[in-house]
Design a protein around this ligand. Structure first.
Ligand code: G1P
Length: 297
């Protein structure tokens, strides 16, 4: 099967991040940092590792810090150069994008994730594309989107990252209705956005990594409001289970829901402990904290 390479990715970053107020009053939530890197950097690194060359950001009012983040900073770079701080200059390189490799467009009204992705339709054109939700941070030996690209080379069609969740959590996710379970890859016959526990068609939830056919964009043209009164990406993908193919992919890795405070804190601890320069000191501190807590009980 000849499958077209995926080189474009959409990053929906228009959300207001109200769960992180007051921090998000003046900074986009995607700039909030896990250790010393903003959430968005993790998503960009993952996309680059998967072969993405064009990065499309769907933004909204108040997100200009994101544009600055990916721009060159001549003053800062000069200062670091003069001070001989080559290691920091090297780190800054990860934040730079070639001119023309990154595009920003605005979702002017908060009409939902499906609508945000639809806003990018002209930049995507008639090609398969990826979508990454930066709130979902995935720690994995092989980056999640890369795992999916390899699976997609076998299957084509549409592919969503999938993870088992307990029934009471189904209402926080898009949930797959499974036609055939082939292990890492499942074929879906439907998808439901944020079902009640008793209505969930399976325990396989969609996590924020997608490889989609352009057909999903044309489905979004005619999508009506779905769950929560929003235009849902899930509904437009579910349409494709009727005429095309939709696969779920059980990725290998640990996903952190950095859209929630608890998830963000868990990710901070995990990424802190994973850092060779912090592991020892931070790990010792955590052990002390746990001992103190136990003693107080
Ligand atoms: C979005 C999607 C949902 C998916 C989730 C993964 O929901 O609509 O289908 O399961 O991301 O994080 P949100 O978390 O933006 O409400």
């Amino acid at each position: 099967m000849k499958i077209k390479k995926v080189t474009k990715a959409v990053f929906p970053v228009a959300g207001m991040g109200t769960r992180f107020l007051p921090a998000t009053k003046s900074i986009p939530k995607e700039i909030m940092t896990l250790v010393d890197r903003p959430l968005i950097q993790y998503a960009i690194d993952e996309a680059r590792a998967a072969g993405i060359k064009e990065f499309i950001f769907v933004t909204s009012r108040g997100k200009s810090a994101l544009e600055d983040y990916f721009d060159h900073s001549p003053e800062l770079e000069n200062t670091l150069r003069k001070a001989g701080k080559d290691d920091l200059l090297e780190i800054l390189k990860e934040t730079n994008m070639d001119s023309g490799a990154i595009a920003y467009l605005r979702q002017t009204r908060p009409l939902g994730l499906g609508h945000a992705v639809w806003c990018a339709r002209r930049l995507i054109g008639d090609e398969p594309f990826a979508v990454l939700l930066p709130d979902d941070v995935i720690a994995a030996e092989k980056p999640c989107l890369q795992q999916m690209m390899e699976a997609y080379e076998q299957t084509g069609g549409n592919m969503v990252a999938a993870m088992e969740v307990p029934p009471h959590k189904a209402s926080s996710y898009g949930v797959l209705d499974i036609a055939e379970d082939m292990g890492a890859i499942v074929l879906a016959k439907g998808m439901v956005e944020k079902p009640k526990a008793e209505d969930a068609p399976s325990n396989l939830a969609v996590i924020g990594r997608y490889i989609l056919t352009p057909k999903v964009l044309s489905n979004l043209n005619k999508m009506k409001q779905g769950a929560g009164g929003e235009i849902q990406l899930t509904d437009a993908i579910a349409e494709e289970t009727k005429t095309g193919k939709v696969y779920g992919y059980r990725f290998r890795g640990q996903r952190y829901d950095c859209g929630s405070k608890a998830g963000f804190l868990q990710a901070t601890v995990a990424f802190g402990l994973a850092r060779p320069d912090l592991r020892e000191e931070f790990g010792a501190y955590l052990n002390d904290m746990i001992a103190l807590q136990k003693a107080a009980q």
